[in-house]
Design a protein around this ligand. Structure first.
Ligand code: ZN
Length: 368
């Protein structure tokens, strides 16, 4: 509870006028547990992460950092301190990504970790480009920018409470961050048009979850993610028909389903035995000659693969040697429906109205 209290005070301070500068930089973990990292960029410089270090130009704009045992080295020469800080004139390339701002390569328990330290607004532009097609209408991109920024600020507050080296990861577990070096101009425009805007509830950033396509109605946060939050109820969307996942069909072979459930042979019965209030599968029964297994819906989707089973909103029909699933939507279903946001934007709604629809009761504020 102490952590919670501290985090609330920090949020209150952050949300007070004029004290928001602290959130203007984010630290993104882009790589962990590496034995070797290559860093390159035009005008690349490096300095040790210890006090009083002076930056040195890197010949050829390319450096190889290695960790052998406890010893950090750069291009074969031992380096002191806990890590190295790289800067460049433009973007810095690491592990196939063009990163903005500064890049830290740190010695961590499992190997080298790479952290991109960049302005929050550049991060938001990159995430918008990574999470939503830049061809979506501007107001949908703006709604996505606010959701991404809100998520980042919330994570930053959490990271401070836990004294972590970084604020966010760079994968779907947090938000997809492809590197800010090549963010689409339309994504940049959406970030710039909403600079500093976040969603709050009781003066804290909300958990602004989003997903591709709800299929008609969003899911309660409690049912989709175990997050029972007042601003994540199920709401009517009715605007995501443009998505190719609005309706889908999947054929699941009985043998595969049996294996998935850990049964010795083919599945002979597959049924949703409990549904959520929006009709998504909460408990799933798989029966075979060897017995029967009841699986949690969310766990079932994880086991089958999030891409293979687009959502938990489906009906089942037994066919010869297989089960046919007819479903709707893609993703966990909680919070903003991205294709729905595009649909409402096309219908003339602004980003504030779109956000108010999917996160009812949350307040849109401007931090700076
Ligand atoms: Zn929708």
């Amino acid at each position: 509870m102490a952590g919670r209290g501290a985090s609330f005070l920090l949020a209150a301070a952050l949300l007070a006028p004029g004290v928001a500068r602290a959130v203007e930089v984010v630290r993104i973990s882009v790589l962990a547990s590496a034995a070797e990292v290559e860093v390159s960029g035009a005008g690349l410089s490096v300095e040790s992460l210890r006090d009083g270090a002076e930056p040195q130009a890197v010949p050829g704009g390319r450096a190889r950092v290695r960790l052998e045992g406890e010893q950090l080295s750069i291009d074969g020469r031992p380096a002191d301190g806990a890590g190295l800080l790289f800067t460049a004139r433009g973007s810095i390339r690491v592990a196939g990504r063009d990163l903005s701002g500064e890049v830290e390569v740190r010695r961590a328990p499992g190997g080298l970790s790479v952290i991109d330290v960049l302005p929050l607004e550049e991060y938001v532009a990159a995430v918008v480009g990574g999470e939503m097609p830049p061809s979506f209408p501007p107001e949908a991109l703006k709604a996505q920018a606010v959701a991404a920024r809100t998520f980042a600020v919330g994570k930053k507050l959490e990271a401070r409470d836990q004294a972590l080296d970084f604020d966010l990861g760079s994968t779907v577990l947090d938000q997809v961050y492809p590197g800010a070096g090549r963010a689409d101009p339309r994504a940049r425009a959406a970030a710039a048009a909403t600079a500093g805007e976040i969603l709050v509830k009781d003066r804290r950033p909300i958990e602004a979850y989003f997903h591709s396509t709800c299929g008609g109605r969003t899911e309660r946060g409690a049912d989709a993610l175990g997050r029972d939050l007042p601003y994540l109820p199920s709401v009517t969307c009715d605007r995501c028909q443009g998505s190719s996942s609005y309706r889908w069909t999947l054929r699941l072979p009985a043998a595969e389903l049996g294996r998935l459930a850990g049964l010795p042979g083919d599945a002979t019965r597959f049924a949703v035995v409990r549904a959520t209030s929006t009709g998504r599968a909460a408990r799933i029964l798989v029966e075979g000659k060897g017995g029967k297994v009841v699986l949690d819906g969310v766990d079932f989707r994880r086991r089958l693969g999030y891409d293979r089973l687009p959502s938990l909103a489906f009906t089942v029909k037994a066919t010869k040697g297989a089960f046919e699933l007819n479903g709707k939507g893609r993703g966990h279903g909680a919070g903003m429906c991205q294709w729905g946001a595009a649909g409402w934007a096309k219908a003339g709604q602004g980003h504030a109205a779109i956000l108010a629809r999917y996160y009812p009761g949350a307040e849109l504020i401007r931090l700076y």
